[in-house]
Write a protein that binds this ligand. Structure first.
Ligand SMILES: [Zn+2]
Length: 51
């Protein structure tokens, strides 16, 4: 699944998967970290079936 540029630009970016997972652990909903193919950093998503 390609990341929309508009989504990429408004989402938080994490340099590493570890950083993203730390942030995800603080959230109250299950989040997954995935690498964005626009900025090549990591974003979080609540979607289970992402890519
Ligand atoms: Zn991105």
């Amino acid at each position: 699944m390609r990341t929309r540029l508009s989504i990429c630009r408004r989402k938080a970016r994490f340099a590493t998967r570890e950083e993203a997972l730390v942030a995800a652990a603080k959230a109250e909903v299950p989040l997954r970290a995935y690498r964005c193919d626009r900025c090549w950093r990591f974003h979080l998503t609540s979607r289970i079936r992402c890519r």
